[in-house]
Design a protein around this ligand. Structure first.
Ligand code: ADP
Ligand code: ASP
Ligand code: MG
Length: 813
């Protein structure tokens, strides 16, 4: 004998019911089957809603009733031509209507009435489905479970009297010859003959009771997903069905919220060692999950991750609890008398406090009851009034083999911590089958996904980018990411996604990742750009491994980094303003980055894509010490001086540099040396010095008139007026066989920038185009410096520098 159970979605449309019939007939060819069915999906909720409205004297309950009636009559007419069934369903609907009218009149909805009311769902669906079998000439018998399952009178979640129930089931099936028997799930009766129910989701339990009573060969739970998954598949896209799992593990997962199985379902089949399969009605060939004692012992020690929402944390604490025996006993007795289910317990080893996780709706009742039990101690200030915290959830890692693996809780908490998920309480069952933590409800999806990634996804990592500034460099970065996405996934197991982007006009967010083939047109249609709302959206989306990428040159944007870092969101900046701002701000960013475990990377601040800062960091980290830096760091000044020869107009060369995009929109920022000063300042700070921009000695080569120009056009005019000054600079240098280079230097803790005329022996002499060069003299490189040289400006190389910073965020597995 085999027991099959079909849930609400499986019987959720006439077409689905045909699928059910196909599965059942296939199974019934080999052995007799008992088929337990749920109410049509959504009907139980509608019945309850109608009842609640009627009890509130709200006559819109009628409309809800009409919907319920309509659904059932429509289904019946599609499924069968039997007049008898139609009359039977109509009768059920009129009984339901009468019950609702009664509730409306007396204005009351007791648990006993709730059970009567909700029973209509399964009673009607089972009648309809039985008739659908007959309509296809398949013999199937209907049996009302209320005649077989006997419970106490705890309405809405009754306790089954196992002995009587088993006897009734065995007696009935002993005499039954039917190959297929169809029974309503969820409903039962009390000893006095009242309808009771087994709790929401209880049809699974009905089927397990039948399986145990009949020593069935197997119990199959048919639902809308292909098994019990490693995490709730609606919240974790990467979740996978678990092929095999032990009874205890499955129990633990369902207890901690894996809704696919109603928790009490497992005990009856476990006692009889009956395998339980979870199968998908919509994909019957999929393997599904087998829950049994036969578990393959060599796989992942973690089987699944689950969570329960709507948790309240109750804390009882006070000096009066220390060393006083019996406090816990009184506490738990109080809760037990109130029938309050305790989901999680933690106690500090000092016994100073006990924390309990319970369902949120029980919180107030629990608080009142506990405070009444401990009224004396509270009045003497030995124990504090109970503290309740809400908006919480429990998240649990489950696996029987966890106990033989070290470091799992460490991994769990570091993963949560890295993603800024605050943990309010932790519990680990003595059996070590689960580790659970209480976290804020808002963090559930992020926590599930990051833990899933850590424990199940073959160490693949998702990095989620929020890019501000998608102009020239930003556009190239997006093109590079698009081109490399598949490669990174394949080779680095890195899933790089762009979730948000903004330019100065519009911004765009796409939780599943923006399509990088069409981002530009999608962004055009995006909402109005707003820096504060951008930040809020990043925060509210609350996605793991989030990164803010600043590709602007905007000071206001630079000022937002602390907000990101404080939320454990990494910052990758091409914008130099933050790192070149006051030392205090630079140190704050470094401190926040460390404290919140959120990298702050800005390789492109100096030398675009050249690995200058990274090299410097590696030198420092490996214990070397910088003694001197000499560098040519301005692509724009190189362009200008490489193209300026005696007899040329300096004005025209600068104009050309500007037109070709080698200078800032205001070329004075480059020509005054400010930009280079910022770069050497950043290198000096990275080398460990505490310097301000004003400490960088800047010897200008521009004239006073140039420097005092009022705006850009005026500046260009002054360049013309002072042409002789520039001519003198260049002709003097070339007369001595030298070349003009704009050099930045750091020596004896002193940074400086200025124009130098260098001889042919200088490593700077042959620097071409917009190339940059940096010479690091260190204790390990005292005479021959470590040299980094290459293109130090341009959209593509800057974008690739940003890209390298993003890849650096990948954590070591
Ligand atoms: P039925 O109506 O068939 O009894 P349920 O809605 O009670 O179905 O249970 C199936 C649902 O459980 C799935 O659609 C899924 O959304 C949810 N679920 C939660 N956690 C898990 C999990 N770990 N594995 C599979 N499904 C899960
Ligand atoms: N119909 C009931 C419910 O929705 C029982 C079940 O489907 O398992 O809770
Ligand atoms: Mg269910």
């Amino acid at each position: 004998m085999r027991i099959l159970k079909f849930g609400g979605t499986s019987v959720g449309s006439p077409e689905n019911i045909q699928k059910v019939i196909a599965v059942v007939t296939q199974r019934a060819q080999k052995e007799n089957v008992a088929v337990v069915v749920s109410a049509i999906g959504g009907i139980t909720n509608k019945l309850l809603l109608a009842g609640q409205l009627a009890a509130k004297k709200d006559d819109t309950y009628r409309a809800v009733f009409e919907e319920i009636k309509d659904t059932h009559l429509t289904y019946t007419k599609v499924l069968t031509k039997s007049e008898e069934t139609l009359t039977q369903v109509q009768r059920l609907m009129s009984d339901l209507e009468a019950l609702l009218q009664g509730i409306f009149l007396i204005n009351e909805l007791s648990p006993k009435t709730i059970d009567k009311l909700t029973s209509f769902g399964e009673r009607t669906s089972s009648v309809m489905i039985t008739s659908a079998f007959a309509a296809r000439d398949i013999l199937a018998q209907h049996k009302d479970s209320r005649q077989l399952i006997i419970t106490d009178a705890t309405h809405t979640k009754a306790t089954v009297y196992t002995k009587q129930t088993h006897q009734a089931i065995q007696a009935y099936f002993k005499d039954s010859k039917a190959a297929i028997t169809i029974l309503p799930g969820f409903i039962a009766r009390s000893e006095t003959g009242e309808t009771t129910t087994l709790g929401r989701g209880g049809s699974d339990f009905t089927a397990a009771i039948l399986a145990a009573a009949l020593h069935a060969d197997a119990l199959e739970i048919w639902t809308d997903v292909s098994g019990m998954y490693s995490a709730n598949p609606t919240l974790v896209k990467q979740a996978q069905p678990i092929a095999q799992i032990s009874y205890h593990e499955a129990m633990e997962l369902s207890h901690f919220g894996a809704k696919v199985l109603y928790p009490p379902t497992i005990a009856p089949v476990m006692q009889k060692n009956i395998p339980l399969y979870i199968k998908n009605t919509f994909d019957p060939e999929a393997e599904g999950t087998c829950i049994s004692n036969q578990v393959n012992g060599r796989n992942n020690p973690i089987k699944g991750i689950s969570h329960i929402n709507d948790i309240a944390l109750l804390t009882l604490e006070g000096t009066g609890m220390i060393g006083i025996s019996g406090t816990s006993k009184r506490l738990f007795e109080t809760l037990s008398v109130q029938a309050i289910n305790v989901i999680l317990i933690t106690q500090a080893s000092s016994e100073h406090s006990i924390c309990l996780g319970i369902a949120k709706e029980d919180a107030q009742q629990a608080k009142e009851a506990i405070e009444s039990t401990f009224a004396y101690e509270i009045s003497k200030h030995q124990i504090d009034p109970v503290i309740i915290e809400k908006e919480l959830a429990i998240i649990a890692l489950v696996g029987e083999r966890m106990k033989s693996h070290q470091g799992i809780s460490g991994k769990m908490f570091s993963t949560l911590g890295k993603n800024n998920v605050n943990i309010r309480a932790i519990a680990q069952g003595a059996s070590e089958k689960n580790i659970s933590a209480v976290i804020a409800s808002k963090d559930v999806a992020k926590a599930l996904n990051s833990l899933h990634e850590r424990f199940f996804e073959d160490q693949s990592q998702q990095i989620n980018l929020f890019i501000m500034g998608v102009g020239n460099v930003g556009g190239r970065l997006l093109a590079q990411i698009k081109q490399q996405q598949a490669y990174l996934l394949e080779n680095l197991k890195l899933n790089l996604r762009v979730i948000g982007m903004s330019n100065s006009r519009t911004m765009l967010f796409e939780e599943e990742g923006i399509d990088l083939a069409t981002w530009s047109s999608a962004l055009d249609k995006g909402e109005k750009a707003d820096m504060v709302r951008f930040r809020e959206s990043v925060q509210n989306l609350n996605i793991r491994n989030s990164v803010f990428v600043d590709i602007t040159a905007n000071e206001d944007v630079a000022m937002t980094y602390p907000h990101y870092l404080r939320n454990s969101i990494a910052v990758v900046a091409c914008n130099k303003i933050a790192c070149a701002s006051a030392m205090q701000n630079y140190s704050l960013l470094k401190r926040l980055s460390k404290k919140y475990n959120a990298p702050f990377l800005f390789e492109t601040n100096v030398g675009a894509g050249l690995p200058i800062i990274d090299t410097l960091k590696n030198l420092m980290a490996s214990g070397d010490r910088i003694t001197k830096i000499q560098a040519v760091l301005s692509g724009s000044l190189n362009f200008v001086f490489n193209n300026f020869a005696s007899g040329d107009s300096f004005h025209d060369v600068v104009q050309q540099a500007k037109t070709e995009g080698y200078t800032e929109p205001d070329p004075r920022i480059d020509l005054s040396g400010v930009d280079v000063a910022r770069k050497i300042l950043i290198l000096a700070r990275e080398a460990g010095l505490e310097l301000e921009l004003k400490d960088v000695v800047n010897t200008p080569f521009l004239t006073k008139k140039n420097l005092e120009s009022t705006d850009v056009p005026h500046f260009f005019e002054t360049l013309k007026e002072d042409a002789s000054h520039f001519e003198a600079l260049v002709s003097e240098a070339s007369a001595q066989g030298r070349r003009l280079k704009y050099v930045a230097q750091l020596e004896h803790n002193q940074a400086s920038v200025g124009l130098q005329s260098v001889t042919a022996e200088s490593p700077f002499y042959h620097l071409e185009g917009k190339d940059n060069i940096v010479l690091f003299y260190t204790e390990r490189y005292p005479d021959q410096p470590l040299i980094i040289k290459g293109a130090g400006a341009g959209g593509d190389v800057t974008a690739s520098g940003l890209f390298s910073d993003i890849i650096r965020l990948r954590q070591a597995p």
